[in-house]
Design a protein around this ligand. Structure first.
Ligand code: SF4
Length: 477
């Protein structure tokens, strides 16, 4: 293992402190205003590493990492931006009550908990929900440690954004790991535990060990894979290299491996630039040197990573360093979706182009995949079958394991951006899974969760223009 270099100090910036950064004055006033206004609705946090190493300030506002981390005016419809601006920057004293009311109203419009997460995936013991746990697929439990519900920087598209803005009624967290261990003792079918957030690696190693070490107990022998979903590989690679307890973290990974389990780091990358720097590359090498595995995943996002060449470079670099390309996700149906979303047809085209640029070793990657209510649905292709143009789809993961890898077909729709906009092909009125166990059983008496963001004329225009091709770490759920 390479020696750790001298430590960088983690320096976050939020709305109230961003003006202290040395780059702030170089940002045009209209962009500064948008950051100040929109960040009242969408969480904003970046850090000095992202600002100094990842953003190309000569390309602002089109630089992909600038768009990834700074809120923009177009993330809100013009009338909402104007209302918000008036309250935030208007001449009179800000009416805090009206401001809070408007902010909440806009957030609720943004489908803050997609894919039925709050209502359909939370396990119950003695009829009480276990907060902080989510059990959507038979073999995998998601755990949201309470100390890991923030990140080194925030992504403006993030579907976990309600956790960062204090929408408490929509927040997952768990105070202790003992509930997790107790739940798992009674679930011999569960092989995988995914610690997610926020970012669990925001925790120091001692805190993290308190969650992970109980999973190594002999009575939890059925837990084979301990996964951590993290963006720190891109936003703060110092976590594995030069943080005060970076070496302790690597020792923890080695301990999991020595216990006969797979320590799986699910690294969230959005753009090739995140893996160009020496520090980010050293982080990958140090992770894999412990015997842990590092998989690369991230969503496809308009304005940020529409270039297939960026994906290909990212996967190639990752493979060279020992990481495994894993998922390209479709941007989820939440938050400023009109700004970031792309039609599914475009998403498929970008994935295919990037896939064709890399060698077989990088073709472990799968996508574009939607983490939708019934499961992870991948778009395998666009084809014409019996004279009808269709999307060829399959489940990579599903609420009902019998659905996995069963091909199914949806009518081709050049504007569709998410699963619930697709309709069955060949004159059928339902997809096969809509009449099977795992669908109706779960939903007895309830309508399936639907996204609430309407397609705006702007997105439709974009979709038409892009009818050929379309678009978190934690899209893993
Ligand atoms: S995508 Fe991951 S790193 Fe980005 S804000 Fe969301 S939870 Fe944090």
């Amino acid at each position: 293992m390479q020696a750790a270099p001298a430590a960088d100090k983690f320096k976050p910036y939020i709305r109230q402190t961003i003006a202290q950064s040395r780059q702030w004055d170089s940002i045009p006033p209209e962009l500064q205003e948008a950051v100040q206004v929109v960040s009242h609705v969408l969480p904003f946090r970046t850090n000095a590493y992202v600002m100094d190493q990842l953003i190309d300030w000569g390309r602002v506002p089109d630089d992909p990492i600038f768009r990834l981390t700074f809120p923009h005016r177009d993330m809100l419809p013009a009338h909402e931006y104007a209302q918000l601006r008036e309250l935030v920057l208007g001449p009179g004293p800000a009416d805090q009550a009206r401001l809070q009311q408007l902010v909440r109203q806009i957030r609720l419009r943004m489908n803050p908990h997609p894919a039925g997460q709050m209502s359909h995936n939370v396990p119950r013991v003695n009829d009480a929900p276990l907060r902080g746990l989510q059990h959507k697929y038979k073999e995998t439990v998601l755990f949201f440690p309470s100390a890991g519900q923030t990140c080194h920087a925030y992504c403006t598209f993030c579907f976990r954004w309600p956790q960062f803005v204090g929408m408490d009624d929509m927040k997952f967290d768990a105070k202790e790991s003992h509930e997790l261990a107790a739940y798992l003792r009674g679930k011999p079918d569960v092989t995988d535990v995914l610690l997610t957030g926020g970012d669990p690696l925001i925790m120091n190693t001692r805190q993290l060990a308190a969650y992970i070490e109980p999973l190594l107990a002999p009575e939890l022998g059925h837990i084979q894979n301990i996964r951590i979903g993290t963006k720190s590989v891109a936003y703060w690679p110092q976590r594995f290299v030069s943080d005060r307890d970076a070496d302790d973290l690597l020792r923890l990974f080695e301990k999991v491996v020595a216990a006969g389990k797979n320590m799986a780091i699910m690294g969230h990358y959005n753009h090739a630039v995140e893996l160009r720097g020496a520090l980010a590359q050293q982080a990958v090498k140090r992770i894999v040197a412990t015997g842990a595995t590092l998989r690369m995943q991230g969503p496809l996002i308009r304005h940020i990573n529409e270039d297939p060449a960026s994906w290909a470079e990212l996967w190639r670099t990752g493979v060279r360093l020992g990481a495994i390309p894993y998922y390209m996700f479709v941007e989820r149906d939440t938050g400023p979706r009109e700004y970031f979303g792309l039609p599914l047809a475009r998403a498929h085209e970008i994935f295919q182009a990037a896939y064709q640029m890399v060698s077989g070793l990088a073709r472990t990657v799968r996508g574009p995949s939607m983490s939708a209510f019934p499961g992870k649905v991948v778009i395998d292709g666009i084809a014409t079958v019996g004279g009808e143009k269709v999307f060829a789809l399959q489940f990579l993961q599903a609420r009902n394991a019998d659905w996995v890898r069963k091909p199914f077909y949806a009518k081709f729709d050049p504007l569709a951006t998410w699963m619930d906009e697709l309709r069955p092909a060949f004159g059928k009125d339902k997809f096969f899974f809509e009449s099977e166990a795992g669908w109706h059983d779960e939903l007895a008496g309830q309508a399936p969760p639907r996204k609430v963001i309407p397609l705006t004329p702007a997105l439709q225009a974009h979709g038409e223009a892009a009818a050929g091709p379309g678009p978190g770490h934690s899209n893993a759920a």
